[in-house]
Design a binder for this molecule. Structure first.
Ligand code: ZN
Ligand code: FE
Length: 255
């Protein structure tokens, strides 16, 4: 089994430490900071093998250079973003397979939030590290992509096995859920999910990971097919990508 540790940092970021107990190899996904990672490595007695970056934003690569300098780890990121990922050693692109000890992960290109965004799918472990592409009941803002690009990226994630666990980089779930309810108020699974989310957050517990199955039932960016949603946003009989674009536009100004 891949050992996965979730480290909350900054206001709403999660850093993930992955450890293969058989080989001792250890990776960190999107280290916003170095020190909190070093602390856990120390406590566990683990040595860092890799940094896996999903994209170049500072809250995902901020700890790269410190961790590389202090541990000698190798940094993996999108080949197309070599110029923007500090300290990158290994550039990867769509369908490349990397391995953490005995655990393979496929690289999937998901442009939209940024042009070079990638995600790491550990299919055998049923785990997806999706950075800022997919959030619990939400998706990343379109900083460097058109709606069509992000929609295509999300289709790749939507098609994964329903039991796949979604490890995203931010705890945006409560706000995302309020927005989701605004566009699909009668979705009973969504209502249920929000009660659970509110309970978890009241206890200061993470709402991440979620699963593809839960997202299919509750995430408005996965639910272009919902007639109720289409009606709320006045996009009945439109293309799925047009429904998606309107949901994204509405979310950008929701508060
Ligand atoms: Zn980002
Ligand atoms: Fe981010």
């Amino acid at each position: 089994m891949l050992n996965i540790i979730q480290i909350p940092v900054l206001t709403d970021n999660y850093i993930y430490l992955l450890h293969d107990p058989v080989t001792g190899e250890t990776a960190v996904v999107d280290p916003a900071l170095g020190q909190p990672v070093l602390d856990v490595l120390n406590e566990k007695g683990w040595r860092l093998t890799y940094i896996l970056n999903t994209h170049h934003h500072w809250d995902h690569v901020g700890g790269n250079l410190e961790l590389k300098q202090k541990t000698g780890c190798k940094i993996i990121g999108a080949q197309s973003d070599r110029d923007r990922i500090p300290g990158i050693d290994i550039g990867v692109s769509e369908d490349d397979v990397i391995a953490l000890g005995g655990h393979p992960a496929r690289v999937i290109s998901t442009p939209g939030h940024t042009s070079g965004h990638i995600v790491y799918h550990f299919a055998e472990d049923g785990a997806l590290f999706c950075g800022d592409t997919l959030f619990v009941m939400g998706c990343g803002r379109l900083f460097e992509g058109a709606p069509e690009q992000m929609w295509n990226s999300l289709q790749k994630l939507k098609a994964m096995p329903p039991s796949t666990r979604i490890y995203c980089t931010h705890e945006y779930t409560q706000t995302n859920g309020r927005f989701a309810l605004s566009v699909e108020p009668d979705n009973s699974q969504l209502q249920q999910k929000m009660l659970e989310v509110q309970r978890l957050r009241a206890e200061n517990k993470p709402t991440v990971p979620s699963t593809i199955e839960q997202e299919l039932a509750t995430n408005p960016f996965f639910r272009e097919d919902s007639l109720a949603l289409q009606k709320t946003i006045n996009r009945v009989n439109c293309l799925p990508v047009e429904v998606f674009a309107e949901v994204r536009r509405l979310k950008d100004t929701f508060n």
